[in-house]
Design a protein around this ligand. Sequence first.
Ligand SMILES: [Zn+2]
Length: 297
Amino acid sequence: MRFRQIEVFHAVYISGSITGASRALHVSQPSVSKILQHTEAQLGFALFRRLKGRLVPTEEAHLIAAPFTEYSRDAGAVKAFAFLRKPDQALADRYLDATAQYLEMYRGLLGPYPYSKFALVENFWETGYGMPSFTLLGEQIIRFPFILHSSYPHELLHNWWGNGVFVDFAGGNWCEGLTAYLADHLIAEQRGQGADHRRAILQKVTNYVTTENDKTVSIIDPVSLKIVGSVPTDQEQSHMLAVTRDGKRGYTANVGPGTVSVLDLEAKKLVKIIPIAKMTQRISLSVDDKLAFLEAE
Ligand SMILES: [Zn+2]
C-alpha cells in the first residue's frame, strides 16, 4: 500500500463516510472512492461495510501484522502493551509507564477507560494514528522524547471518543478540539506552560480586521502585530466580517450600502457585491458555511 492509500483509509475510518474523508483531506469524493476501491481490490478484502448510512470498519481493517517484540504490564483493570519492531526494554518501559500514568489521569477526569487493553504499536511508516485500544506510531516518532507527553496521551484519549464515538464533520470537529484541549493543552498547563501553549496556537491563526474607512479588510500577523495585507470590499462601512471554516471565503456586511461583499481571502480579491436591503448590520454563517444570515433594515 502506498502512503496515500493509508491516509484515505484513515480519513474514512475516523469520519465514517466518503464525504467526511474528502472534506478532511481536501480531495474530491470520487477520488476518495477510487483510492479506497483500489486498495480493497489490492488487499482482496473489504475494509469497510455500510451500516445505517455509515462506513464501519471490518474486523480485517484492524489487523496489523509484523514480527514484534511484545511487552506488557497491568495498569489497574487495563493491560498496557508495547509492540516494538526491535527489542528495546527501556523504550517499552517508558511507554508502559506513560500508559499507566495517562490511563489513570483520564479515568479520574472522564470515567472508566472503555477497553481492556491499550497498546503502543510501532509502525514502519511514520504515522501517528489512533485506533480502538491501540496507537500506530512510526519508528522515528516513538523515539522522540516529547511524544510520550504529547501525541501519545492524545491518541490514548481518543479511545473515549474518536475511535468509537464518531464525528459529523459538517458540524465542526469537536472531537479533535476536545482532545487537543484535554491532552495537548492540559498537559502543557500541568507543566506550567499553559500560556505558552495558548500563545503558540494563536500564532498559527490569521487575524482579520474590518477597516471601514478605506473599504478594506486588513490582515494582521499575530506574531509581529503588523498589517501584512488587505482585501478590498469596494463598499462603504464594511462593518462586520464572517469567515468560512476553511479560511478561504469572507463576507462583509456593508451597513450604509446594504450590501454583502464576498471576498476571496487567499487571493485577497473581491469576488462579488450582493445587494441585500437598505441597510445591513450583522452577519453570521451556518455551521456548514452554506448560508449567510444578515440583519436587514
Ligand atoms: Zn486527534
